[in-house]
Design a protein around this ligand. Structure first.
Ligand code: NAD
Length: 498
């Protein structure tokens, strides 16, 4: 929060997960601080909403340019707070810039008033619908992609004409504060429009209870349930982007080299701490062994660390290495094979790649989000079994299909219970801002990104304008009963006709 006249008393400290080095102290904002941030956002938001769409677009594109100019500073903050390699942080920023640009450029077109047909019962009316901003949108974010992920809500909510109060993860507060500082620099005259409050669960709970007009949450399903409960008290609309257990399906005619390359990147990139990362692979039996060999061969050479040659960084959250170890140990104890990695003990926050095979489907490595640099590759009899197993998860976020035929791949994609599917790549959808993103089941509900992601932060308003008096006015006490009966008979005839 940029208002320093009421400093919060308590603070919390962030650390570099790779080294344990202390990074900075940040205020723990309580309910009063949050309420002040929401008030300031609401005041600035009224002026923001009143701007023509073209002016908001210009302001947001200015912010995007500033973010691009300061890319190294923002990426440096992301790398320091999450431990991920600087190159990964830069890539995260580049994808974010694409989304901010798309939201800025398309909000006017997607949300503008459009006429709709009235139908015979209201032929005397002109009808239109417009999508209006909600007011103040609260955003609660995770740490794994501390810019890309929350910006799917922040950028789209601002583009739709809202103000935003953002609570970044307690692991990445400096990155959140930096985003708001750069916004204030690029968009002068709107102080508080994009406010940031820092803290952990209590601050997030205060934001959910603050009377914001919608709460966009990204994080784990367990936390989503708590935040939704808080939102339920005030009927605050809620959007949940939660975890995943994404599957990759590999058919017999797939390009195994391409599939292995994508699986290794999708499973191990960002140390596996990606909501739509690859956690499960179902390969038809005929190619299973060769695929496993190729994945192991590629993964074997990858090393976690904090230097420039590291493929990925540490587990960002303390204790996450224990979750990974529990899943791997349980899988091996239940009879899974481990052609790579499982016997190695995690080295503090750094976890070497793990490849598991033949993992029982009821093992936590197949049912729970592991969020680590592991992948389980199971053999299936055919595509039908692959689809059935992929769909059996309580999560339904992303998925991928590797298939020799693009058309057949797309047909398999259509059978998957997932919010986004890539054919012959992984996470292909993440770089296409026009595509909505979100899941169902334990992966949450609602959509960010794309036109749906803009509309998610608006309320449609329907308007009718009476153009002339109808021949028979059915909404008047003065209309003669016989005329009403004739109108009813006519409408009935219209609706019974074949
Ligand atoms: P988390 O659920 O622990 O925390 C998420 C946020 O909620 C944090 O800002 C946290 O401070 C806040 N919070 C915690 N308790 C709260 C409460 N009671 N009331 C209000 N706020 C509260 O998740 P995380 O560890 O930060 O993030 C990892 C999770 O996020 C993974 O499950 C990952 O899959 C998911 N994720 C999903 C997406 C997506 O778009 N679907 C993207 C990135 C991450």
């Amino acid at each position: 929060m940029t208002d320093t006249t009421h400093p919060a008393t308590a603070t919390f400290t962030t650390r570099d997960p790779a080294t344990g080095r202390t990074l900075a102290a940040h205020p723990v904002h309580g309910p009063e601080d949050v309420a002040r941030a929401v008030d300031r956002a609401r005041a600035a938001g009224a002026r923001w909403a009143a701007l023509p769409a073209a002016r908001r677009r210009a302001h947001l594109l200015a912010w995007k340019r500033t973010l691009a100019e300061e890319l190294d500073e923002v990426a440096g903050s992301v790398a320091a707070e999450t431990g991920k390699p600087l190159g990964d942080a830069r890539l995260e920023l580049l994808l974010t810039l694409e989304h901010v640009a798309w939201a800025a450029r398309n909000a006017g077109r997607v949300l503008r008033r459009r006429r709709v047909r009235t139908g015979p019962a209201a032929a005397n009316q002109a009808a239109s619908v417009v999508h209006r901003p909600l007011g103040v949108v609260g955003v609660i974010g995770p740490w794994n992609y501390p810019v890309y992920t929350p910006m799917g809500s922040i950028g789209y909510a601002l583009a739709a004409g809202n103000a935003v109060v953002f609570k970044p993860s307690e692991y990445t507060p400096a990155t959140g504060v930096l985003l708001a500082r750069l916004f204030d620099r690029a968009v002068p005259g709107f102080a508080g429009l994009f406010g940031v409050v820092t803290g952990a669960a209590e601050t997030g709970a205060a934001l959910a209870a603050s009377g914001v007009d919608k709460l966009a949450f990204t994080g784990s399903p367990g936390t989503a349930r708590k935040v939704m409960e808080e939102c339920a008290r005030s009927l605050t609309p809620f959007l949940a982007e939660c975890g995943g257990k994404d599957a990759v399906l590999v058919t017999a005619d797939a390009d195994l080299g391409a599939a292995a390359d994508a699986i290794v990147w999708g499973a191990l990139g960002n140390a596996g701490q990606t909501c739509a990362g690859v956690e499960r692979v179902y390969a038809v039996r005929a190619v299973h062994a060769e695929l496993v060999d190729r994945v192991v061969e590629r993964a074997r050479g990858l090393r976690p660390g904090s230097g420039p040659d590291a493929a990925y960084g540490p587990m960002t959250m303390p204790g996450q290495d224990e979750v990974v170890r529990r899943h791997v140990d349980a899988a091996v104890a239940a009879g899974a094979g481990a052609p790579l990695g499982a016997v190695e003990t995690p080295d503090g926050p750094f976890v070497a790649p793990v490849v598991l095979v033949d993992v029982p489907e009821d093992s936590p490595a197949m049912t729970e989000e592991t969020f680590g640099p592991t992948v389980a590759i199971n053999a299936v009899a055919d595509v039908d079994e692959a689809v059935r197993r992929a769909n059996a998860s309580r999560y339904a976020l992303g998925a991928a299909v590797f298939c020799g035929s693009r058309r057949a791949g797309a047909a398999i994609a259509a059978r998957l219970r997932a919010g986004a599917v890539s054919v012959n790549s992984v996470l292909g959808f993440a770089a296409v801002p026009a595509l909505p993103f979100g899941g169902s089941g334990d992966s949450g509900f609602g959509r960010i990104h794309g036109a749906e992601g803009l509309r998610a932060f608006t309320a449609p308003q329907s308007v009718t304008v009476r153009r002339f008096a109808p021949p028979v006015d059915l909404t008047s006490f003065t209309t003669a009963p016989a005329a009403k009966a004739r109108a009813v008979a006519l409408m009935r005839w219209l609706h019974t006709r074949r």
